[in-house]
Write a protein that binds this ligand. Structure first.
Ligand code: ATP
Length: 252
């Protein structure tokens, strides 16, 4: 399968301090890939690079011809401003911005798609609720509904099952499996290794760079996970980007 995403010796970071360092590799189209690693391993940073929020300090990310706006992104729920006064219906409807435009208004067909997406994640009846009134699990379902509407070839999920009960996880993992069956490329940052083993055929074990990347059962060995912990603990957060390969910041 041709690469959907290719990381070309990419370094990503903040204020010129690298957080993901010299990562190379590719994600084939249609892959179902878990990205795992200790806290601070660089998973969210890598995802921000994939969706174009962060520009590489050096190297590049090739998206197989896709525009960043064609990638659906489910951020960590902590990154959502739940105090923003917006209804569940309108929030999920932002998944249609690509087709309807930010100020385009929603036609009948669009409104019906939103209702269907809410139904698919078990949130029928929540349309008029303010997003700030939802529980953690309901918020995750709402974020999935927005991704559903985006109908994207590439879907990036940052800790999508955080603070979610077992039944909700089952439902949402079912959705992920459906996207995979439809040939979409799905990448998810996860901390539950049992879930990764059960539902994700491929895994990238990250500790600022790739410790291992391949079939999940070959990647998630005790030795690799110990190495990832050791590498994360040894990483110097204050280090500057290497001078040898630094090129001016630019979109990949
Ligand atoms: N906005 C930011 N500004 C400065 N440093 C940041 C920022 N976001 C993350 N970092 C730093 O980048 C490094 C990687 O963080 P990142 O959030 O990518 O890790 P993670 O693997 O997603 O962690 P977790 O599992 O805890 O969510 C950490 O040292 C973190 O402190």
């Amino acid at each position: 399968m041709a690469a959907q995403l290719r990381f070309n010796n990419v370094t990503l970071g903040y204020d010129r301090h690298p957080a993901v360092h010299h990562l190379s590799g590719e994600v084939p189209g249609g892959a179902l890939l878990a990205v795992v690693g200790p806290n601070g391993a660089g998973k969210s940073t890598l995802f921000r690079g994939i969706v174009g929020i962060l520009k590489p300090l050096s190297g590049s990310i090739d998206r197989g011809g896709l525009d960043v706006r064609d990638i659906a992104y489910l951020p960590q729920s902590a990154d959502i401003d739940r105090s923003f006064p917006i209804s569940v219906f309108d929030f999920v409807g932002t998944g249609l911005w690509r087709t309807s435009g930010a100020f385009g208004g929603l036609g009948k067909a669009a409104r019906s798609k939103i209702v269907q997406a809410l139904g698919a994640v078990g949130l029928s009846g929540f349309e008029n609720r303010n997003i700030g009134t939802l529980s953690g699990g309901q918020t995750q379902r709402m974020l999935f509904a927005r991704v559903l509407l985006q109908d994207a070839r590439v879907i990036v999920l940052d800790e999508p099952f955080n603070a979610v009960d077992a039944r909700t996880i089952d439902d949402l993992v079912g959705l992920v499996g459906r996207w995979h069956a439809e040939g979409r490329t799905v990448i998810a940052a996860l901390h539950d290794m049992d879930l990764v083993r059960a539902s994700f055929p491929d895994t990238l074990l990250l500790a600022r760079t790739a410790v291992a990347w391949g079939r999940t059962d070959e990647v998630l060995t005790a030795a690799n996970q110990a190495e990832a912990r050791r590498m994360c603990e040894a990483f110097d957060d204050g280090a500057a980007a290497c001078t040898a390969d630094v090129s001016p910041s630019r979109a990949a």
